[in-house]
Each structure stands twice: as C-alpha cells, then as structure tokens.
Design a binder for this molecule. Structure first.
Ligand SMILES: Cc1cc2nc3c(=O)[nH]c(=O)nc-3n(C[C@H](O)[C@H](O)[C@H](O)COP(=O)(O)OP(=O)(O)OC[C@H]3O[C@@H](n4cnc5c(N)ncnc54)[C@H](O)[C@@H]3O)c2cc1C
Length: 252
C-alpha cells in the first residue's frame, strides 16, 4: 500500500481469534498488511481476492485505516510456512563432517515472530567461534558446532515451536467455535499479563528481543508467580472484529 503513513492503534502484530494482522511500514510512504491464517482454514483462503482482503481490513476498526492507501501490488499469497530444524549429529556422532548449516539452513522459524535474523546472527557468531577453535579437526568442529547450536540457538527454535502450537490451538478453537482455555503456564500467560504490569512487560521485551530465554526470565525471583497472578486478575482483551460467522458472511 502507498499513501500517508497510518498511525498505530494496536501493536505491530495483532492477534484476532482466527487470524493475525501484521502492519509493516516500508520506505517511500509504503507499507504492507500481511494476514496470517491457519493453513487448513479454507474459508479465509478467499482473502487472495483483493476485494475480500479489503473487506476483512475494514471489518477490523483498529486496522481499517491501514487499508485506505493505494494498493501497489496484488495480494501476494505465501504458503508452506513451517518451523523446521536439521542436525548433523545423531546419537553423539556426526553423520557428515566439513559441512555446517547456519541460520535458516539450520532452522527456519515462522516469520510471524520476526526473529529469524536475530537467531541467524546469534548462530553465525557462535559458528565463527567454533570454526576459530577447531580449524584443522573436522570431527571436533562438527561436534563443537552441534553443541554450540544446541545450547545457544536450539532453545529459541523450540520456543518458537511452543508459541506456534499454542497459537494454532487458539485459531483452531476459534474456527470450531470452542472457547480458548485460560493459560496454565507463564509462557502462555505472558501475552495477557504484559498488558497490565510494567515489570511483566519488561520480561516480555527481554524474551521477544531474544535477550533472555523464557525459562531464564521465569526463573527470576517471583517472576513466574507474578505473571500468573497478573494474568488471572484480568480478562483476555479481545480486539474488536466481527465474530467468525459474521466475518465469513462478509467474505462470502
Ligand atoms: C515473509 C518473511 C518475513 C520475515 N520477516 C522477518 C522479520 O521481520 N524479522 C526477522 O528477523 N526475520 C524475518 N524473516 C526470517 C529471515 O528472513 C530469515 O531468518 C533470514 O533471512 C535467514 O538468513 P540466512 O542468511 O540464514 O538465509 P537467507 O536470507 O535465505 O540467505 C541465503 C542466501 O543464499 C542464497 N543461496 C541459496 N542457495 C544457494 C546456492 N546454491 N548458491 C549460492 N547461493 C545460494 C540465497 O539466494 C540467499 O540469498 C522473515 C522470513 C520470511 C520468509
């Protein structure tokens, strides 16, 4: 889209019950509004049609003004977004030496979290260290690279998988008209609690910026209890949008 830069009335990434909207500013007065949906949601696949995409945007009052610009491309569909991970060490032994996979070639994560570049840089830095330490020993290098990856980078990959599974469960519940059960652990409760407690918001920022792993942040004195307490004291905030059946009627 192109025009006067719209103002933010939600965060950059906003989760509605059965889809999410991302609002990404670009240069030269351009921006994009990616819609994330569940791959099995055949009804929302009609959003490939620009008119339906406009209908969806206009139906969400906090995002309607992001659709008001001049469309400079068609709706560009993208599928096959998966979390995947590969490892060249199995049962403690490398299955190949003299090959190291780094960044997305090692693990690719759902771009909705916007963490692939940070993970890749973190991994590349660790790779440079182990290559410097083992320049002439391919076997040791393979094992050291695997150990570094598992310690520094894999926990972030696993955290993305946890997020994706939880979000997929929410979306599937919304599609089938079931209520989403309240979160039972700090990772699940964080998104709600961060809206009501400054210290919880700081914990969220540390995790979201990949500065500290969730398990390390939650291990801080009283942090996990505080997150659960704040989340339990507040109802989940639903961003305004038509209920699912009304949305499908609008998109029909
Ligand atoms: C839609 C989308 C949105 C994203 N948004 C974000 C975001 O907001 N924030 C974020 O942090 N991450 C985001 N990511 C993830 C991020 O783009 C990747 O994690 C990051 O680019 C990975 O870097 P990389 O160097 O490992 O791989 P790549 O960036 O894929 O680089 C690999 C390069 O190798 C080249 N190549 C491939 N095969 C060969 C070959 N045989 N010979 C020579 N060259 C070859 C490719 O052309 C490419 O240039 C997003 C990803 C997608 C798909």
């Amino acid at each position: 889209m192109r025009g006067a830069q719209p103002s933010y009335r939600t965060g950059l990434l906003a989760h509605y019950p059965s889809f999410s909207l991302l609002t990404l500013p670009g240069d030269a007065q351009t921006w994009s509004v990616p819609v994330f949906m569940f791959s099995g949601d055949a009804a929302l696949k009609t959003l490939r049609d620009p008119n339906r995409r406009t209908t969806l945007g206009r139906a969400c009052p906090l995002h309607a003004h992001w659709i008001d610009g001049e469309a400079i491309t068609e709706v560009l569909p993208m599928g096959g977004v998966t979390d995947h991970y590969r490892r060249f060490v199995v049962d403690g032994a490398p299955v190949a030496t003299e090959i190291l996979s780094v960044g997305d070639a090692w693990a690719c994560t759902n771009p909705v979290n916007g963490r692939g570049i940070s993970m890749g840089l973190m991994h590349a830095e660790g790779t440079a260290e182990v290559v410097r330490a083992h320049p002439d020993d391919p076997l040791r290098l393979a094992c050291a690279h695997d150990a570094m990856t598992e310690t520094r980078a894999t926990p972030w990959y696993r955290d993305t998988v946890v997020f994706d599974r939880a979000r997929t469960a929410q979306i599937v519940a919304a599609i089938s008209g079931r209520k989403v059960p309240p979160p039972t652990d700090p990772r699940g409760a964080l998104a709600l609690a961060m809206q009501h407690g400054a210290e919880v918001f700081c914990a969220f920022l540390e995790i979201n910026s990949l500065l500290a792993l969730p398990q390390d942040v939650f291990a801080g004195p009283g942090v996990a209890d505080r997150i659960m307490e704040v989340a339990a004291a507040h109802p989940a905030v639903a961003l305004p949008c038509p209920p699912r059946d009304e949305l499908l009627r609008l998109l029909a």
